[in-house]
Design a binder for this molecule. Structure first.
Ligand SMILES: [Zn+2]
Length: 417
């Protein structure tokens, strides 16, 4: 059941209304989009949240936290919360029948040799029936990994395609006054694995096989002619792979908030991009124990003003849930309701800046119960409904408020925000 309690919008959602900016340019590569599946116009007209799942059940390794149980845990939580197309058929739509990512979309981010080697190694693992480590002890590969990684990226691309299609349809209908519905696009969420934000152009890293967010950003530009892409990464770890792809690109604004000093120990506040991309990378390394207040302050003082200045054509969110206080891999204290607030704020930002075009994609999150509840709360936030925090946060420690404010002041000074 969904909670019926009254809910007041977080203050970070109350930024000034900014007129929607139309998608720029025509579809430049229709062939690449043709591998995707587009929902019928009547579905795109009423949908408020699209999602796609790619659970990679055979990409798993004994004892490894990035495990096959993660996606089922999320789906169970969505079902428990009544967040299914069965219960809400016109608003929530599961996209099915999408294809794996086209190789050319992956090669817009990764070097060909890496994709080739990964396919060969995955084939070898399939033949031998043995999983292997491909990056010291951190990242593993099984016989299904190559196909799973291509399918995870494909899920994100298919959602980008549908969000853009819905946006163009609604803008056209609003212009011709043929519809009284919202001209804002539905949001989307890719419940996919393996994750991607640590993966480098030339190889896997930190549980990540292909850079799903980076691939989706390039796809939005190449296939849909969307010039400016904002990627916000709220995983507890720095999205070093995404940063590496775009650090000298002024058309992709990458913002990462993460726990200072956590894996892979990159994402220092002074890493701001290079060359033409200087200033288009924003890092906010938060001190240990930072929690709900810090997360909302990051949004309000860094993410929202930077986005308003940048004026993205689409927002992608590397949605990792390992900053949750229950997560075993790190030391921040986000609550389940923190992810609700982030979902609400980010959807509102997309409505203000880019016709509502926003696609969340799963990164980390390793406490299965917290992961499921937090994704369900992100859904509720995106839908503009109240939070449902199942946990009693009595064990939370005080947030290091003064240290957080120092970091935010420094980031604002560096980026003139
Ligand atoms: Zn992480």
């Amino acid at each position: 059941m969904r909670p019926q309690t009254a809910w007041r919008q977080p203050s970070c959602c109350r930024s000034p209304q900014i007129s929607c900016r139309a998608a720029t340019g025509p579809v430049v590569n229709a062939a690449a989009a043709a591998s995707s599946v587009l929902l019928p116009p009547e579905t795109l007209r009423t949908a408020r949240l699209l999602y796609a799942t790619s659970g990679a059940p055979a990409h798993t390794y004994p004892g490894h936290p990035e495990c096959a149980e993660r996606v089922p845990a999320i789906l169970t939580a969505l079902e428990t919360s009544g967040l299914t197309p069965y219960e809400r058929p016109e608003e929530l739509v599961q996209l099915e029948g999408f294809s794996a990512a086209p190789l050319e979309a992956v090669l817009a981010v990764h070097v060909g040799k890496y994709a080739e080697q990964l396919e060969k190694l995955s084939q070898r693992a399939a033949e031998s029936g043995t999983a292997m480590h491909v990056e010291q002890e951190t990242t593993y590969l099984t016989g299904s990994t190559y196909g799973d990684a291509m399918r995870a990226a494909g899920a994100v691309l298919a959602l980008v395609d549908n969000v853009v299609a819905a946006s163009r349809q609604r803008e056209a209908e609003a212009a011709s006054s043929s519809s009284s519905g919202s001209s804002s696009s539905p949001a989307a969420f890719a419940i996919c694995r393996p994750p991607g934000h640590h993966c480098l152009p030339g190889g896997p890293m930190g549980f990540c096989i292909f850079g799903n967010a980076a691939i989706a950003a390039r796809h939005a530009q190449r296939v849909h002619g969307l010039q400016r892409v904002l990627v916000y990464d709220f995983d507890v770890h720095h999205g070093n792979g995404t940063q590496a792809v775009f650090e000298n690109d002024p058309d992709v604004l990458f913002i990462s908030s993460h726990q200072s000093g956590s894996y892979p120990n990159t994402g220092k506040i002074g890493e701001v991009g290079t060359g033409a991309g200087e200033g288009a990378t924003i890092n906010v390394p938060l001190p240990g124990d930072s929690g709900h207040t810090a997360a909302l302050d990051v949004f309000e003082t860094i993410v929202a003003p930077a986005a308003q200045r940048f004026k993205p054509d689409i927002i992608l969110v590397s949605a990792g849930y390992d900053a949750h206080w229950r997560d075993p891999l790190a030391g921040l204290q986000f609550r389940t309701s923190t992810y609700h607030a982030l979902g609400a704020c980010l959807k509102q930002l997309a409505d203000q800046l880019c016709g509502g075009r926003i696609v969340f994609l799963l990164e980390g999150g390793y406490d299965l119960k917290a992961l499921g509840e937090s994704v369900a709360n992100t859904f509720l936030g995106v839908l503009g409904e109240g939070p449902a925090d199942a946990f009693n946060p009595d064990l939370l420690r005080d947030e290091p408020t003064e240290k957080v404010q120092q970091v935010l002041l420094e980031a604002r000074r560096i980026h003139d925000l």
